[in-house]
Design a protein around this ligand. Structure first.
Ligand SMILES: [Zn+2]
Ligand SMILES: [Zn+2]
Length: 234
């Protein structure tokens, strides 16, 4: 199949992910070392990005008041972050990584039947680090021997870009609205919009200065908001 270098018909082999000519030392590989290194770096970052996305998903999920309470209330529903939910829910990042792992395992089993262990099947938060571990460990094999690796390099690049974009989507990067401040001031409810960051557990009201410092305090905040909302609706 491959011609010799002095053959005029010779097509120098290229990386099937980025298309550049392979170096002499890379001949026989499907993707170049640069693409392999970038893919490894993106994979390695995914679990931390996924954890932050789950935090936002949990915040926006909990922040939505029941439909019945929204009419006439000053507490608006939090718009669901569809980009975040599509990555964290079933069919999201975990499924996309699992599909790559499945394909690699099928190919590995074809060449070495000892590869019989099925991929991790758990909730997405548990599964993502497991899939990433498998893919990083076997990436050198795939870069060298797996014909469809170019598509997977591209898929990982897309997934990483989607996660990064979802985390910086708000007007204020990495921040998400979590409802209105429930603190009662002298002239009534503070009701300033509260923002949570995916990288810090501290929520601070920019109007009255009240702080909710950690996850436990967020539960208190949620109860306070529900109580404020019930007061409004009554
Ligand atoms: Zn490349
Ligand atoms: Zn406030």
């Amino acid at each position: 199949m491959r011609h010799t270098a002095d053959d005029p018909e010779y097509d120098w082999p290229t990386c099937c992910a980025c298309g550049r000519d392979l170096w002499h030392t890379e001949l026989g590989r499907h993707v170049c070392r640069i693409c392999e290194d970038k893919t490894a770096a993106r994979l390695t970052e995914l679990p931390a990005l996924f954890t932050q996305l789950n935090t936002i998903a949990a915040l926006t999920r909990g922040a939505r008041p029941p439909e019945a309470a929204t009419s006439g209330s000053r507490v608006p529903p939090i718009p669901p972050r569809l980009d975040v939910l599509s990555l964290t829910a079933a069919g999201g990042a975990a499924t996309r990584l699992r599909d790559i792992e499945d394909a690699w395992r099928t190919e590995l089993r074809r060449t070495a039947p000892s590869w019989t262990v099925a991929p991790w099947r758990g909730c997405p938060a548990e599964a993502v680090p497991e899939h990433v571990r498998f893919l990083v460990n076997n990436l050198p094999w795939a870069a060298g021997c797996y014909e469809s690796i170019g598509q997977d390099v591209e898929d990982v690049r897309h997934l990483h870009a989607e996660c990064t974009a979802a985390l910086s989507d708000d007007r204020r990067p990495g921040r998400v609205g979590v409802g209105l401040c429930p603190v009662v001031l002298d002239d009534g409810l503070c009701a300033a919009p509260l923002l949570a960051s995916a990288v810090s557990h501290r929520i601070r009201c920019g109007n009255c200065g009240t702080e909710w410092a950690d996850m436990a305090a967020w539960c208190v905040l949620r109860r306070q908001q529900e109580a404020a909302q019930a007061g409004e609706a009554a």
